[in-house]
Design a protein around this ligand. Structure first.
Ligand SMILES: Nc1ncnc2c1ncn2[C@@H]1O[C@H](COP(=O)(O)OP(=O)(O)OP(=O)(O)O)[C@@H](O)[C@H]1O
Ligand SMILES: [Mg+2]
Length: 250
């Protein structure tokens, strides 16, 4: 039923000059699910996320979020509707503390005209949102630590915290485990599982163990197109996917 889909794309496409980075992608994201996007380098995964988050505009096709057409809306408006995103490369204010990073993110949800000239007390909702986000991303005890003084894994956790401070329903995660060691990666997988209890997650990830541990649905992209989409087990077993992407050991 369409109500079960928090987000759907219909023939979504994006060209860069002569290159079809995303070509005719029609996918449905089930509310409350974890949906992984797989594919080789250059498959169009990040471009797809950029389209969903409003960071770039589609060349053709539509995006619906909770029943409303959000095609072509700018990123700040998409964010305010409840779609949060993280980046493939870490995107934090390095000289600020964890709390300050989350506080700034919490504020970013407000229309810019309201962000200034408010008595300090009026910031209470953003402070509360920032504290909650820190707890959710597992960094409460790092509240007053400056971002540069933390490990790479913790910095990526902080990035999740900043996204959570905007209180999104749908999280778009671009390689949340990239560059992490085994232990860090296991910690973030646990964190993502916890977040999945009350959020919908769309996640680009190359780490197959993590993908199969977390994701219920998998979409495999190759050359901008959807090669296969469906339940994780079915996609894993698909001969086309094994040949194109997973290889024999997949
Ligand atoms: N702004 C841009 N201008 C021109 N070409 C672009 C732009 N962004 C992406 N591309 C091209 O679109 C294609 C898809 O890129 P994209 O970053 O979406 O791939 P990806 O699946 O995320 O790859 P990776 O696994 O390496 O992150 C690539 O050929 C890339 O070079
Ligand atoms: Mg990418």
């Amino acid at each position: 039923m369409a109500d079960d889909f928090i987000l759907s794309t219909d023939s979504l496409s994006r060209r860069f000059g002569g290159l079809s980075a995303v070509a005719d992608v029609s996918i449905d994201i089930v509310r409350g699910s974890v949906h992984a996007i797989l594919g080789p380098n250059g498959a169009g995964k990040t471009t797809l996320i950029n389209l969903l988050s409003g960071n770039i505009r589609p060349s053709a096709g539509t995006i619906r979020f909770k029943g409303a057409d959000i095609t072509g809306l700018p990123a700040h408006r998409v964010a305010r509707l409840g779609i949060g995103r993280s980046y493939q490369k870490t995107n934090i204010f390095r000289d600020f503390t964890c709390f300050e990073n989350c506080f700034l993110a919490a504020q970013s949800r407000l229309p810019s005209a309201l962000r200034f000239f408010r008595p300090a007390l009026r910031y209470a909702p953003e402070v509360a949102r920032a504290e909650r986000a820190l707890a959710l991303c597992g960094l409460a005890r790092r509240r007053d630590t400056v971002a540069t003084q933390m490990s790479y894994g913790e910095q990526r956790q902080l990035e999740l915290g900043m996204m959570l401070a905007t209180e999104p329903e749908l999280l778009l995660l671009d390689e949340p485990l990239a560059g992490m060691g085994r232990e860090e990666s296991a910690r973030v997988v646990d964190l993502l599982k916890a977040l999945a209890r009350d959020h919908t997650l769309v996640m680009i990830e190359h780490d197959m163990d993590a993908v199969f541990a977390i994701a219920e649905t998998i979409t495999v992209m190759v050359d901008g197109r959807v090669l296969e989409t469906g339940p994780a087990d079915a996609v894993r077993a698909s001969p086309a996917v094994r040949a194109a992407y997973l290889g024999d050991g997949g």
